[in-house]
Design a protein around this ligand. Structure first.
Ligand code: DX5
Ligand code: ZN
Length: 213
């Protein structure tokens, strides 16, 4: 069976104390999900690679670029900041192979992501080149939105095509929706508000894990 991975999203954490926030969940997280928004691909802007460099953790960073046409030097900033995996959006890049090849040349994992309304068809040609697929379960841009269940059809189809690949879900993930996504075939779970919005973050992660048993 594929390994279940929990990826708390620091978008919902207190970024003025990001390392303390991460410390609380470090033992129970498999990845730290870092959301980068450029104000173009999505309306909000968030942090950049200079901030990412200040994150101190042994847990691999899962950098989600909601960024229009990220250049090699832009991507390199996050690799230098310690990214273990970099996600680009199919909708944001003219030729995603350019970014995927650059990420892989730097010997870290490459992930391709699709928004809820983007068909799986659009990324079939990249599946052999990437390490993971991120199927967005909300429109990218904001934490705290409602899980879009119709995205599960893409996960079911993708799992059939790629029985051993990591399939990540992001958006509206809580113990209940994590189970729905798990049953469809997802094994990597990003969660922001359902972890950092709770006082007891460890209990929140445990609840997600318990729902997957
Ligand atoms: C949204 C981001 C998510 C966000 C998820 O565009 O990509 O990673 O942090 O937040 P929740 O878990 O609150 O939906
Ligand atoms: Zn994200």
């Amino acid at each position: 069976m594929l390994k279940i991975k929990i990826a708390p999203s620091i978008l919902s954490a207190d970024l003025s104390h990001v390392n303390e926030e991460i410390k609380q969940i470090e033992k129970y997280a498999n990845l730290i999900h870092v959301d980068i928004m450029d104000g173009i691909f999505v309306p909000p802007t968030t942090i950049g690679s200079d901030f990412a460099k200040t994150i101190k953790t042994k847990i691999p960073l899962d950098v989600h670029l909601m960024v229009h046409e990220p250049s090699n030097s832009y991507i390199k900033g996050f690799i230098d900041a310690g990214a273990d995996s970099i996600t680009i959006h199919e909708e944001a890049c003219k030729n995603p192979f350019e970014q995927i090849n650059f990420i892989k040349k730097n010997k870290i994992n490459a992930t391709i992501s699709i928004k809820p309304n983007t068909p799986l068809e659009k990324i079939k040609k990249y599946l052999d080149a990437v390490d993971m697929v991120l199927v967005m379960t909300v429109e990218p841009g904001w934490a705290g939105q409602k899980f879009i269940e119709s995205t599960m059809a893409k996960i079911k189809e993708l799992r059939k095509l790629k029985p051993n690949m990591d399939i990540e879900v992001d958006g509206g993930i809580n113990p209940y929706t994590a189970r729905v996504a798990f049953d469809a075939g997802a094994n990597v779970f990003v969660a922001g508000s359902s972890i950092f919005g709770e006082k007891d973050r460890v209990a929140a992660i445990r609840e997600i894990l318990n729902s997957l048993k």
